[in-house]
Ligand binder design. Sequence first.
Ligand SMILES: CC(C)(COP(=O)(O)OP(=O)(O)OC[C@H]1O[C@@H](n2cnc3c(N)ncnc32)[C@H](O)[C@@H]1OP(=O)(O)O)[C@@H](O)C(=O)NCCC(=O)NCCS
Length: 169
Amino acid sequence: MPEEIAMRVSSSSTDETRLVFRSVAGEDLPRLTRLDRLCFEPGIAYSQRDIRRFLSMPGAESVIAESAGELAGFAIGHPDPPDLARVVTLDVAPSFRRRGLGEKLLDGLLGRLAASGATRALLEVDVRNSGAIAFYRKQGFSESGRLPSYYGPGLDAFEMQREIVRPRA
Ligand SMILES: CC(C)(COP(=O)(O)OP(=O)(O)OC[C@H]1O[C@@H](n2cnc3c(N)ncnc32)[C@H](O)[C@@H]1OP(=O)(O)O)[C@@H](O)C(=O)NCCC(=O)NCCS
């Protein structure tokens, strides 16, 4: 069931835009791939085939946010039994950043994965991506390891983890 919330259009404005949240559908894939290429450099960005593969993993969950049909952001993850939730990617379009959308997408994704039993979230992030590392630290993640050449020769990743607190029923 799509969920709709209002968010401020810009930090200097009181105007609000309505964002609709729902799961990713097959027809979203070209737009998701374009946004991922905007967010990440070649070699790190996913292809449409990669995204389709992640979405078809057992128990995979996704959240997409749209504003008047425009893609504002999305998140994809999947369970890694017995207790892990792996965050595959989290992408917010540049014009929608720093307004709480990344947090909302991450919460939505982890909430869905927690509902199927995950109690810890785990992700990898480029060690050079200081904005995303700051974002994830703000969301309670901390570095649990460094993965040498994870994205290719000499391109290391931090592994980051946090507990998932399940909302009370
Ligand atoms: C990382 C990303 C998802 C954050 O999305 P966002 O919607 O801008 O994040 P939020 O508005 O929810 O940020 C919440 C808090 O995280 C921190 N934060 C977010 N982006 C930050 C940045 N670039 N630098 C420092 N802190 C940051 C801030 O504390 C922020 O609160 P504030 O705006 O009140 O200071 C977004 O910048 C993005 O899509 N980047 C490109 C793709 C990427 O790197 N994805 C993550 C790796 S998988």
